[in-house]
Design a protein around this ligand. Structure first.
Ligand SMILES: Nc1ncnc2c1ncn2[C@@H]1O[C@H](COP(=O)(O)OP(=O)(O)OP(=O)(O)O)[C@@H](O)[C@H]1O
Ligand SMILES: [Mg+2]
Length: 233
């Protein structure tokens, strides 16, 4: 039996209008993100990967079709409800880590909880747990600039998982990492999926394929379960 669906696209598409030109970033797409699975989203530059991820993460609304997160169609939610959904249910990890530079690693991880209104002491305790999960306890008082790329990315993962979201969306989380750090970060993401989180990881890098439970290929705005084009063979 397959695991429960945490988020899904139903015929969801995205068009961008610039002047009189319309770009279809994503054609109508059906997609399901399931609990406990690590799904890789692979495809060339400009193919629509970030668009797919942004739809799932409720960062953009679809032009047509539906986005359903935890059973709720997001087009029925107000901006405010949507912001709350993002904060409580979705952890984001980006290529460039997006850590806040004047804050220590630990303070960065505490931030989502404090935004939810949690007190400092409890937020710190929870942040410690999340940082421990990514093996960074001994470096938690450091500023981001004193950490390596791989270490910063692990802190970004800790920040994404600290609020215990049912899903995590990662856009090129390994792009600025050396091969050794790529392995560490991917093992960590795999472990999180093992603990029941639904994970979507966008990448150009077909070397990440062995870490996936499922792979979706995106090409020219079309998503499919089979690779399109020679570059994936
Ligand atoms: N805000 C926007 N306005 C107009 N066009 C956009 C916008 N965002 C994306 N696009 C276009 O939509 C298409 C898909 O973009 P998307 O960012 O999803 O690609 P991607 O697969 O993530 O590429 P990359 O691997 O380079 O990050 C591209 O042609 C892009 O130029
Ligand atoms: Mg992208």
């Amino acid at each position: 039996m397959s695991s429960p669906v945490v988020a899904q696209l139903r015929g969801a598409s995205k068009e961008y209008k610039t002047g009189d030109q319309v770009i279809t970033a994503l054609y109508p797409t059906d997609f399901e993100l399931r609990q406990g699975e690590l799904t890789l989203i692979i495809g060339p530059s400009g193919s629509g990967k970030t668009t797919l991820l942004s739809l799932l993460g409720c960062v953009i609304y679809p032009t047509a079709g539906e986005v359903i997160v935890q059973g709720e169609s997001i087009s029925r939610l107000s901006e405010r409800q949507l912001a709350r959904l993002r904060l409580n249910s979705i952890g984001f990890v980006f290529q460039s880590f997006n850590l806040i530079q004047p804050l220590t690693a630990e303070e960065n991880v505490m931030l989502p909880l404090q935004l939810q209104g949690m007190g400092r002491a409890e937020a710190r305790r929870r942040a410690h747990e999340a940082i421990e999960k990514v093996g960074m306890s001994d470096r938690r008082r450091q500023l981001p600039k004193n950490l390596s790329g791989g270490q910063q990315q692990r802190i970004a993962i800790a920040r994404a998982l600290v609020a215990n979201p049912p899903m995590m969306l990662c856009d090129e989380p390994t792009a600025s990492l050396d091969p050794h750090s790529v392995g560490i970060v991917m093992e960590e993401l795999k472990m999180l999926a093992g603990h029941g989180i639904a994970l979507a990881v966008v990448t150009h890098d077909i070397r990440l394929r062995p870490f996936a439970d499922r792979i979706v290929y995106v090409n020219d705005g079309r998503a499919s379960d089979v690779p399109a084009g020679d570059e994936f063979h």
